[in-house]
Design a protein around this ligand. Sequence first.
Ligand SMILES: *Cc1c(COP(=O)(O)O)cnc(C)c1O
Length: 382
Amino acid sequence: MATPPRDALRFETRAIHVGQEPEELYGAVNVPIYQTSTYAQPAVGRPKRYDYARGGNPTREAFQTALASLEGGVRALAFGSGLAAEATLLLTLSPGDRVLLPDDVYGGTYRLLARVLAAWGLGHDVVDMTDPDALRAAIRPETRLVWIETPTNPLLKIVDIGACAEIAHAAGARCVVDNTFATPYLQRPLELGADVVVHSVTKYLGGHSDLVMGALVTNDEELAERLAFLQNAVGAVPGPMDCYLALRGLKTLAVRMRAHCEGARAVAAFLAEHPRVVRVHYPGLPQHPGHAVAARQMADFGGMVSFEVGSEAEAVRIAESTELFFLAESLGGVESLIEVPAPMTHASVAGSPLAVPPTLIRLSVGLEHPEDLIADLARALG
Ligand SMILES: *Cc1c(COP(=O)(O)O)cnc(C)c1O
């Protein structure tokens, strides 16, 4: 029987096979780490496939090809970090253009626009994107990008991607989705109408807290060409070792995400019943305001949970008392992490419209046994 075309294969299979033929010389089943900055050319002005590694590297290309397939895009491009990917995307805009951001956008994205690109003439506005009418009203004639995050960080709010993309397009703007929290296994924004997907590969795609990397994926050929030009012209590219680790992460993304979701579901259910917990934010809980939209646009509800306790001091005490949950920033790795966003990940947005409650604790639920994680939280909550 003939092998079906690669794009007809299922997600788990594509994650392991697309862009990843056995290597030609010795048949290595893993794409090698091509640790080289340049490539010998057989004749002047006629390089083989690559000439210089800022422009292209086989390990990077394998990762990009696999990720484009998983997100359903025509092209993916890898960068040295999530923020490098974002900065490169924003360089497609011109002075005077504006970006519309959600009111709990990732703090680094906000900082990039408010404290770096504002000086270059790029404007931004902030709106609650869970309210389509507010979104429509906040779009200005200069708005070129509507920037979505869903689920958001750290309040796990859910934004309707299809509805927002439609509003953006009607106003002549592109719709960008930061898909870091959901990953393409749970949510594919391009299929829902978005034009560009942004990733911090550092998180779930890498999955093992051992690299910093970013990516852009688009289904717009013209934009893909421009972004590929900028990837080389600006040069914020990742090294081959990180591309290898990220590609290895992709292979297990489906099984990891299933286990992250299962663990988070159990942890959220435990927290929802605990007397010390004031409020739990998890889109998988039926009482979550975004539950219905999440159930429609996601395959499952993800591995992130946040919750509020009685006071700031209590939040700090709990975050400093867990043993399995490491007190650390970042998320999406095999090990569980706990943090207090207000003084940690979200310190840079204190006093801004993006400020979060100081009594909030954020969990990245890892792949340990959920019962052990619940016992750890039970001990810390006291
Ligand atoms: C971490 C993160 C980023 C930034 O990515 P880096 O790889 O740290 O540069 C962007 N968006 C979200 C949602 C993130 O969690």
